[in-house]
Design a protein around this ligand. Structure first.
Ligand SMILES: *[C@@H]1O[C@H](CO)[C@@H](O)[C@H](O)[C@H]1NC(C)=O
Ligand SMILES: *[C@@H]1O[C@H](CO)[C@@H](O)[C@H](O)[C@H]1NC(C)=O
Length: 252
């Protein structure tokens, strides 16, 4: 089942760093690639002029400390910052988008091209396909609230972690700090495609994963990794989402 994603363009490219390299040297030793072509198994999209792919690829410096549990990133988004809706409107790219049955867009993309998100969301909604997003960072819930809430009615599956959930609840005045209550309230926000109920998935580090669906909460325990086996948590959340989406695309 084809999955179309725009996350690749906006993620701090930390997930590219080779964990062992980062661990040993603290910093990646070579520039990291962020283009769709290099990251995705989908065919590369064609670009209009000026092309985001004519801009240099993004780079990211990562410092990992405390035995892999803490990290600091400084990202230069470069090409990732130049995506526009016109890129999606090119027939060849639009065809790729329309061919997919599942969509996943990172919240970071709200800072680049919210119009592109709406275009994909509308397409998914009209065709009863699965549209997923990630809160991605507390600052997006706060400072990109308006574009986020325009996209929100299209979201079938929402990912986020506990700090993002807390900020989302605060901004929307949910009047609760309980992650389960926040998940239920978030799932119940207005939704365009009534044929699918919204699923909200909140991770909490090593604590249980909270899933809200149909007014009910399900908790999933996390398999704990012994500290000595932990090298680097870079990209762990993205790997989690990847795993979940691979199941979703299989089951649907
Ligand atoms: C949750 O996400 C924020 C960024 O949005 C990150 O700073 C924080 O470390 C994450 N929490 C955990 C437990 O991974
Ligand atoms: C997306 O969601 C997961 C699960 O909450 C989180 O750990 C991860 O950091 C998020 N990543 C991005 C780039 O949005």
């Amino acid at each position: 089942m084809p999955l179309f994603t725009l996350l690749c363009l906006t993620l701090p490219p930390s997930c590219y760093t080779t964990p062992s390299l980062v661990h040993r040297h603290g910093l990646p030793t070579r520039p990291l690639k962020t283009s769709v072509a290099s990251r995705s198994s989908l065919p590369a999209c064609t670009s209009p002029e000026p092309s985001p792919f004519l801009s240099p690829a993004g780079t990211c410096a990562v410092i990992v400390t405390k035995s892999g549990t803490c990290r600091s990133l400084v990202a230069n988004l470069a090409a990732a910052n130049h995506f526009t809706k016109s890129h999606l409107e090119i027939a060849e790219n639009k065809a790729l988008m329309e061919k997919a049955n599942f969509y996943y867009i990172s919240g970071f993309f709200l800072t680049v091209s919210p119009e592109s998100i709406l275009m994909v969301g509308e397409h998914a909604c009209e065709n009863n396909k699965v549209f997923c997003m990630n809160l991605s960072a507390p600052f997006l819930c706060e400072f990109f609230k308006d574009p986020m809430m325009k996209a929100f009615p299209y979201i079938d599956i929402l990912f986020g972690n506990e700090t993002e959930a807390a900020k989302f609840a605060e901004i929307h005045e949910f009047g609760t700090t309980d992650v389960k209550d926040i998940a239920l309230k978030t799932a119940a926000l207005p939704k365009k495609n009534s044929k699918r109920e919204r699923i909200v998935v909140f991770t909490q580090g090593a604590e249980d994963i909270i899933v809200a669906r149909g007014g009910k909460i399900t908790q999933f325990p996390v398999v704990r990794l012994p500290t000595e086996k932990l090298i680097d948590t870079n990209g762990a959340g993205d790997a989690f989402v990847g795993g979940k989406l691979s199941r979703v695309t299989e089951v649907e």
